[in-house]
Design a protein around this ligand. Structure first.
Ligand code: ADP
Ligand code: ADP
Length: 227
């Protein structure tokens, strides 16, 4: 479980991006942070893997303040997927996904086998594995981004607008794929989007933020208040 306990983030220029946020992200479920641009979604996400630290309050992972956890250990347990997959342009797809296992000391064959297995899991044609990122469509690159984030089998997955840059039909299929994957993997997922339809479709729980970084409501999709 991830807990935000009275978390405020004030940037150096005085901007309050997140304002006294308290909520719980349950283990093994998808929690969506939704709200308009600038409401503090990305800032909130980044306080989980310590790309940013709170100005006040604490973020707890399984009861431990993340600022007290060794950063390398913390990040090994947290996969991170962003809008533009951020693949290494000069590495083949298979090697993009194998990078983290190799860093963890796996031998090359085992790391590539793991990468191939993950690429299949996220629904990428195995023929794409030898290609370079520029030879893939945006939607295919996002699948690779998800596979790469899963490579070290982290219990937690942070997803920051991962499907926003692809066209609506591809987006719908990526959403289906994520739900299918999650029904097998049961990761603790924090998914950030500005799209309420996407939030309702993917979220077991939806946290609605508003500009100024305050939590407006948190509920199961069926119980969200409109307006
Ligand atoms: P969202 O992900 O919901 O679009 P962000 O977390 O990116 O929101 O940003 C929240 C607010 O904090 C915005 O007003 C944004 O301009 C501001 N902000 C983000 N990063 C910085 C920064 N490094 N310095 C100052 N203000 C920032
Ligand atoms: P090297 O070990 O020097 O990278 P290899 O002959 O093992 O050379 O592989 C050549 C390229 O083929 C690698 O860069 C890798 O991207 C790709 N490759 C290797 N193994 C696989 C595999 N199981 N599936 C897909 N591509 C692979």
């Amino acid at each position: 479980m991830i807990t935000f306990d009275g978390v405020t983030k004030r940037y150096a220029d005085g901007t309050v991006a997140v304002d006294d946020l308290s909520l719980e992200v349950p283990t093994g479920a998808i929690t969506v942070f939704v709200g308009p641009s600038g409401c503090g979604k990305t800032t909130s996400l980044r306080m989980i893997n310590r790309m940013i630290d709170p100005s006040q309050g604490r973020v707890l992972l399984d009861g431990k303040d993340v600022t007290t956890v060794d950063p390398a250990t913390l990040r090994r347990g947290i996969g991170y997927v962003i809008q533009q997959a951020g693949l290494f342009p000069h590495r083949r797809i298979v090697d993009n996904v194998a990078t983290v296992p190799l860093l963890l000391g796996w031998d090359k064959k085992k790391a590539r086998d793991r990468a191939m297995e993950l690429l299949e899991r996220v629904g990428l044609d195995p023929k794409m594995a030898r290609r370079y990122p520029f030879q893939l469509s945006g939607g295919q690159q996002q699948r690779v981004g998800v596979a790469r984030a899963l490579a070290a089998d982290p219990p937690v997955l942070l997803m920051d607008e991962p499907f926003s840059a692809v066209d609506p039909i591809v987006r719908a299929s990526l959403q289906e794929e994520l739900l299918r994957l999650q029904s097998e993997l049961h990761k603790t997922i924090v998914f950030v989007t500005h799209d309420i339809d996407e939030a309702v479709k993917l979220g077991d729980t939806v946290a609605v933020l508003r500009v100024g970084g305050k939590l407006a409501q948190i509920a199961a999709p069926a119980d969200l208040l409109s307006g």
